[in-house]
Design a protein around this ligand. Structure first.
Ligand SMILES: Cc1cc2nc3c(=O)[nH]c(=O)nc-3n(C[C@H](O)[C@H](O)[C@H](O)COP(=O)(O)O)c2cc1C
Length: 160
């Protein structure tokens, strides 16, 4: 199963989450590629069977006014034509400094479904790390959240 974890990350926490999810996936013999969304064109997503998307929560507590997805990643996901991801499996995850990542995860899952993907795990994990507005990197997520991410990765990878 060719697997991609695509993410946006300003101060590195969402990338950390992607790496911990990948560790969990490896326990079920799935080795994902981890890519910053900026390296990808939407057409590249056609090369994968399973796609995980991660975003920090940006203004996620203002639902329903904002999706809570980092704007550049949201634009990328909205550029995927409807049904382009048909037949593919997908899941989402998010990181927030305090509040709102649940909204970000829901919004990511909605865009994945709009693109035609089957969301195989919902809601995906929301963990706590970072500083308000990411003005500095802020504290890392704790060991419980790390375990949550790994276990998510392991479960998603078992869905072959
Ligand atoms: C523009 C902006 C808006 C943010 N809005 C929220 C928010 O609504 N709730 C929250 O808990 N954290 C918010 N944050 C903080 C980030 O979600 C948090 O620091 C996260 O860990 C950053 O992830 P990253 O290191 O992958 O960029 C915001 C950060 C930025 C830059």
């Amino acid at each position: 199963m060719k697997t991609l974890i695509i993410y946006y990350s300003k101060t590195g926490h969402t990338l950390d989450a992607a790496r911990d999810i990948a560790e969990g996936m490896k326990e079920n013999q799935v080795i994902p590629e981890i890519r910053n969304y900026i390296e990808m064109k939407y057409r590249d997503l056609g090369n994968y069977d399973l796609i995980l998307v991660g975003s920090p929560c940006h203004a996620g507590s203002t639902a329903p006014l904002r999706s809570g997805i980092a704007r550049p990643l949201e634009r990328f996901l909205k550029s995927i034509p409807r049904n382009f991801l048909q037949g593919k499996k997908a899941a989402a995850f998010s990181v927030n400094a305090g509040l709102g990542a649940g909204n970000t995860v829901r919004s990511l899952e909605k865009l994945l479904k709009r693109a035609g993907a089957l969301v195989v795990y919902s809601p995906g994990p929301a963990v706590k790390a970072g500083a308000p507005l990411s003005l500095w990197r802020g504290p890392d997520y704790n060991s419980r959240d790390r375990e949550k991410l790994r276990s998510f990765g392991k479960q998603v990878a078992s869905n072959k």
